[in-house]
Design a protein around this ligand. Sequence first.
Ligand SMILES: Nc1nc2c(ncn2[C@@H]2O[C@H](COP(=O)(O)OP(=O)(O)OP(=O)(O)O)[C@@H](O)[C@H]2O)c(=O)[nH]1
Length: 398
Amino acid sequence: MASERDYRSISPWTAEFVDPDIEAAFRADIEPAWARATHLALMVAALVFFVFTITDYLNMGASGQYGIVFFTRLAVSLFGLAAAFSARRFAAQLVNGMIPSVVVFTALCAFVLIIPYRPFSPGWHGMSMMAMLLGVYVFVPNRFALSIGMGLLGTAGFLWQVLTHFDMAANFVFTLLLLMAVINLLGGITVYRFNKMLREQFCTASTLREANERLSSEISARQRLEVELREMALRDDLTGAANRRQFFDQAERELVGTRRQGQSVCLLLLDIDHFRQINDRYGHVRSDEVLRTLMQTSRGWLQGTEWLARVGGEEFAVLLPGVGLSDALERAERLRQLLEQTPVNLVDATLYFTVSIGVAEAQAGDSLGMLMRRADSALHAAKQAGRNRVMSSGLVTA
Ligand SMILES: Nc1nc2c(ncn2[C@@H]2O[C@H](COP(=O)(O)OP(=O)(O)OP(=O)(O)O)[C@@H](O)[C@H]2O)c(=O)[nH]1
């Protein structure tokens, strides 16, 4: 993407962008509106050019010469109409000035060539030529160099024709020359200013657009960062499990929602047995692998939308919505067995660990805190009973 300084580089000679890429971007930008406007302009021009067959007829009558003039005008008008209808299809040739220039050039040639056949005075021809020059500057509006080139070429052709076919006094020739020069000058200045203004507007719009794009990409980056930060605030770094904060936030809502639907809810509190000894033996850092292994293994055991949270150093919790106590005990037992059989692979050793699990079923009116307390006392009971087992109030399964 070009910088703001490049955008400002408009050639003083052509009133176009010095950088060809920016000029191309500008033309692409104006293309749709340009195609619509040129379609209309070329149609109007073709009809206007043809309408003058009426004045030709009134002045020439149905002569052979009129026939030449009529068919020349007809051919140019049809060509103009064809160009008008192809304008949208060939939009690129339209904005680079090719299509309007060819049409205008054809009309100018035809106009200059039929001068000898039209029985008007040089002054009358001069007026018509002024109208033609207006057309040049109106119909090739986005390329200053093309407009001025066409205008000067047409003027030269016109002067050559009138000087060849008419005998004019020097003062009349001088006046005609001056008029042609003035109209070319005015047309040229208008097109130059118009071209420059269009490109300056494009600069402003592009600068604004880029600033907007920068702003929206900054906003999206911030939003992404916010999401990441929120996630980080709710996740446990070590295991990737939900952390205590998220557990209390979400489990409370799930508990209320499930109970409102009249379904049972159970809570599992799971604690690694003798983790202090594991730490003492393998070191804190290597023992972290036990926590990760626990998380990975439990992931495969979770069902549906269930999720596991790390609620303490070596303590995890799972809420089981829609699950009654006996099913919860069965599932907890399955998890205990799974973890017991899962090796923890360290670089230089493999170890096994066990967990104790306390299970509690939510009673009517239970808050999450109350449910946690009951699960915790079941867990405590499991530890007291020798660890590596699942317990609920008064129930032991292993
Ligand atoms: N490696 C590691 N250890 C942790 C982490 N968080 C807590 N611990 C350790 O977990 C151990 C918990 O010890 P205790 O509460 O005495 O429990 P325990 O040794 O597992 O014994 P029981 O729970 O009674 O079976 C302590 O040694 C803590 O340092 C952790 O993130 N990583």
